[in-house]
Design a binder for this molecule. Structure first.
Ligand code: ADP
Length: 431
């Protein structure tokens, strides 16, 4: 039987059974400009079920739904189907038809909550039930996340239409975890009006991932989250570092937008802001071309011709100078942030955590980042580091390390499902 499938003839669970949790499902949705990612979780156990990606929405000749459905005792069944979807609503309806056919014909009535990943939530510090006020905030924050928040709203409207008013929907914000930063971390050195009137400040991103990593790190260290100090390094195509004291974020490398901080796949990360003025005033690039240059043509791509660190590593091994430079710059930037956050945390750090595509898979990059940091209490065991690839949780600290070095695969969807359930259960209790 397929996971999540309700046996024929069994009672259909009532809608919104989240308080009891039994038989209920949480649907996690991540809507992008031309895609919807989804993943189903069992509310009671938080075990993952079917997951998929509807890609190229709007490009009706090429839209494709790719999905993976777990099967008892076997490999997950893979699906790939061309389905013309003109917009997010038709894509959401097609996803539901797919789930009806391949997972459970009563799925719509089993869903107890829908959790949406939202990139920017301004100063909202917690996941929220979707109310008109929260939707307004997501709209307002679209000025800082123009490529993300508008499509998230389309995903929300589509899910509201498909599930109706009885299924609670929750917004989980990438920015929320960083709301505990003190002003000295989040205010920029600009006239204070810029912060007060225009909301220009550091918000930070990847918060769902950093939060998950802190919780997992605390469990690995056998400590309460509220007693755990860590530096979490989410190193993927987009990368960020967070300094966490007592489970709460006190600083992070991304800023008002995800452009600031580390060198990334296509984003430049930290640069002198005067470079932007020079590019516009002296080289004559428009604001929009500058935006594209900094966000989409810079970083590893701009330096080496590839945004994929695997390609850069291969190039560096062959002796290509630009690839060697790109790799060295990537590593150097992470080291600088780890050093800075050691100071932010007064040197009281339990662990440095590596995660996401690069952090979970590249023993080479982890080794380079941690090289010669013995004076800071960080050493890595070569064998344990080499073995920690492909989504394994591991403590790769070397002998005598004062600060643990941990590899923790991130799971943003699981965290969104957990946070969604907390909100909905909280609301049910308060009612
Ligand atoms: P995204 O931000 O798109 O979610 P991911 O977390 O999937 O990104 O990370 C993508 C990055 O991880 C790419 O730069 C890719 O090259 C890198 N990566 C994946 N596996 C490895 C590996 N074995 N060695 C080095 N880099 C890797």
């Amino acid at each position: 039987m397929l996971a999540g499938k309700v046996p024929v003839g069994s009672a259909v669970p009532p809608r919104n059974t989240v308080a009891s949790g039994k038989g209920s499902k949480v649907l996690v949705v991540n809507a992008g400009s031309s895609s919807i990612k989804f993943k189903i979780f069992t509310a009671e156990t938080l075990l993952p079920g079917a997951a998929g990606l509807f890609d190229r929405i709007g490009d009706t000749a090429n839209c494709v739904l790719k999905a993976s459905v777990p099967e008892d005792g076997g490999k997950p069944k893979k699906f790939e189907k061309k389905i013309p979807a003109k917009d997010h609503l038709s894509a959401m309806q097609d996803i539901m038809s797919f789930i009806d056919e391949n997972v459970s014909s009563t799925f719509a009535s089993e869903v107890c909550a829908v959790g949406h990943r939202i990139v920017h939530g301004l100063d909202i510090s917690q996941p929220k039930l979707l109310t008109p006020d929260v939707i307004n905030c997501i709209q307002e924050a679209a000025v800082f996340a123009p490529l993300h928040n508008p499509p998230h709203l389309q995903g929300i409207y589509a899910a509201q239409k498909v599930f109706g008013p009885n299924v609670p929907q929750v917004a989980v914000f990438d920015t929320a975890f960083h709301q505990t930063m003190p002003p000295e971390s989040y205010v920029y050195g600009l006239p204070y009006d810029m912060y007060e009137k225009h909301k220009i400040r550091r918000y930070g991103f990847h918060g769902t991932s950093h939060k998950y990593l802190v919780e997992q790190a605390a469990a690995m260290l056998g400590k309460d989250v509220s007693q755990t100090n860590v530096i979490t390094c989410h190193l993927g195509n987009g990368s960020s570092v967070a300094a966490v004291r007592g489970g709460l974020c006190v600083d992070t490398s991304m800023g008002m937008t995800p452009l600031e901080g580390l060198l990334m796949g296509t984003r430049c990360g930290d640069i002198d802001p005067a470079v932007v003025l020079y590019i516009q005033n002296q080289l004559g690039l428009s604001a929009s071309d500058t935006d594209t240059l900094l966000n989409k043509k810079s970083g590893l791509l701009g330096l080496t011709g590839s945004n994929d660190l695997r390609t850069v590593i291969e190039g560096a091994a062959k002796g290509e100078p630009r690839s060697q430079l790109g790799l060295a710059m990537f590593v150097q930037r992470v080291r600088k942030y780890i050093g800075a956050y050691m100071a932010v945390l007064d040197g009281q750090v339990d662990a440095v955590v590596f995660s996401a595509g690069i952090g979970e898979n590249s023993a080479l990059v982890r080794g380079l980042i941690c090289d010669h940091l013995q004076a800071m209490g960080i050493t890595v065991d070569t064998g344990a580091n080499a073995a920690a690839v492909g989504g394994k949780q591991a403590d790769i600290s070397g002998p005598g390390a004062r600060i643990r070095t941990l590899v923790i695969p991130t799971d943003e969807e699981l965290s969104i499902a957990q946070q969604t359930l907390q909100v909905v259960r909280g609301a049910a209790l308060a009612a």
